[in-house]
Design a protein around this ligand. Structure first.
Ligand code: NDP
Length: 303
C-alpha cells in the first residue's frame, strides 16, 4: 500500500509529490495527460517569485524532473473512482485498468477550459476554433484572428497572437477586462489589437473552415466579424466528477477543503485549482501541494 497517492501532475500535484518524497513517504502520482498541467501552454510566466520570464514548458519540465529524481512513481492513467476510507485504506481505479491502494490521497485534478456551448463549436474545433493560442497560433501566422475572454489567459493569448498575426480582435462580455492591468497595457501596445468590449460570441460561421463569428452586444445588436480563427479563453471549470461520492464539492463543483487542504473525507486532501479558493495561481497551487503533502505524509505514518 502506497503512503500517498497524488491525483494530477500539475503544479499542485508535482509539488505534493516532491514534499511527500522528501518526508519519506512512498508516492504514486496519476496523470491522464502530459505532466505539467495548464501552465505548460503559457509562453512566459511573469509572476512566479524569482522566476521571471521562464516559459511554462520549461518550468513544468523542471518540476516533473524534480519529482522523478526524488523517486515519485508516475502512472499515466486517469483516476476514475476512489473508494475506501482512512482506516481501511483507499482504492484508486483508473480508466485503463490500473488500480492502486493508498493510505492517503491528494487530489490535484486542476481545471479545464470552459467551452462556449454554441452550435458548431465541436465541428470547428481544430478548423479555426482553438482553446490554446500557444499550441495553435502558428497556424494563423499573418492572418486575422479573434480571442474570446477578458481574463489573464485571453489577454496573454492576444498579446502572443499580435506578434505573429496580421490582426487580433479581443472580444469580452463586459466593458473592462478582468485581466491584470499590466497585461492589458502590454497587449494594447500592439497596434494590430482591436478590442470588442461588451460583446459575446453568439454564433459560429464557416464552410470547411471557420470564416467568422456573430457578435452580440449587451444592448442586443448583432454584427458579423470575419476571422480565420477564434481562440476561446472564457475561464476554467473543475474536473472533480470522479470524486463526487468521496468528498464534498461546492455548487460550482470545486472540492471544499480547509486551509490545511483537508477535505470532508479524512485522509483525502485537495490541492491547487481544483479546490474552493480565492486565488488560483501557480504560487498558491505550489503552496497547497506542500501543505497537503506534509499533512498526508504525517498521517500515513500513523495509520
Ligand atoms: P478567468 O476566470 O480569470 O477569466 C475568464 C474570463 O472569461 C472572464 O473575463 C469572464 O468574464 C469570461 N467569461 C467567463 N464565462 C464566460 C462566458 N460564459 N461567456 C463569455 N465570457 C465568459 O480565467 P482565465 O483562464 O483567464 O484565468 C484562470 C486563472 O489563471 C486566473 O486566476 C488567472 O489569473 C490565472 N492566470 C494567470 C496568468 C498569469 O498570471 N500570467 C496567466 C493565465 C491565467 P467576466 O470578467 O465578465 O467574469
Amino acid at each position: 500500500m502506497i503512503d500517498v497517492a497524488v491525483i494530477g501532475a500539475g503544479t499542485a500535484g508535482l509539488t505534493a509529490a516532491i514534499y511527500a518524497r522528501r518526508a519519506g513517504a512512498s508516492v504514486a502520482i496519476f496523470e491522464g495527460a502530459a505532466p505539467g498541467g495548464q501552465i505548460i501552454n503559457t509562453p512566459e510566466i511573469a509572476n512566479f517569485p524569482a522566476l521571471p520570464g521562464v516559459s511554462g514548458f520549461e518550468y513544468a519540465n523542471k518540476l516533473y524532473e524534480q519529482a522523478q529524481a526524488l523517486g515519485a512513481e508516475f502512472v499515466f492513467d486517469t483516476v476514475k473512482k476512489v473508494t475506501g476510507d482512512v482506516n481501511s485504506g483507499f482504492k484508486l481505479m483508473c480508466e485503463y485498468g490500473t488500480e492502486c491502494e493508498a493510505k492517503t490521497v491528494i487530489i490535484g485534478s486542476g481545471v479545464k477550459r470552459r467551452e462556449m456551448g454554441l452550435a458548431g463549436e465541436q465541428e470547428y474545433a481544430g478548423r479555426g476554433i482553438s482553446y490554446c493560442a500557444t499550441c495553435d497560433g502558428a497556424f494563423f501566422k499573418g492572418k486575422t484572428v479573434a480571442v474570446f475572454g477578458g481574463g489573464n489567459t485571453a489577454v496573454e493569448d492576444a498579446t502572443y497572437l499580435a506578434k505573429i498575426c496580421k490582426k487580433v480582435y479581443i472580444i469580452h462580455r463586459r466593458n473592462e477586462f478582468r485581466a491584470d492591468r499590466a497585461l492589458v497595457e502590454e497587449m494594447l501596445e500592439h497596434d494590430n489589437v482591436e478590442t470588442k468590449l461588451s460583446f459575446t460570441v453568439s454564433a459560429i460561421h464557416g464552410d470547411a473552415k471557420l470564416t467568422g463569428v456573430t457578435l452580440t452586444s449587451v444592448d442586443g445588436h448583432d454584427e458579423l466579424l470575419e476571422t480565420d480563427a477564434l481562440f476561446v479563453a472564457i475561464g476554467l471549470i473543475p474536473e472533480n466528477g470522479a470524486f463526487r461520492d468521496l468528498v464534498e464539492l461546492d455548487d460550482a463543483g470545486y472540492i471544499i477543503a480547509d486551509e490545511s487542504c483537508e477535505t470532508s473525507a479524512p485522509g483525502v486532501f485537495a490541492a491547487g485549482d481544483c479546490r474552493t479558493k480565492e486565488v488560483r495561481q501557480l504560487v498558491t497551487a505550489a503552496a497547497d501541494g506542500a501543505i497537503a503533502a506534509i499533512a498526508a505524509s504525517r498521517l500515513s505514518r500513523n495509520v
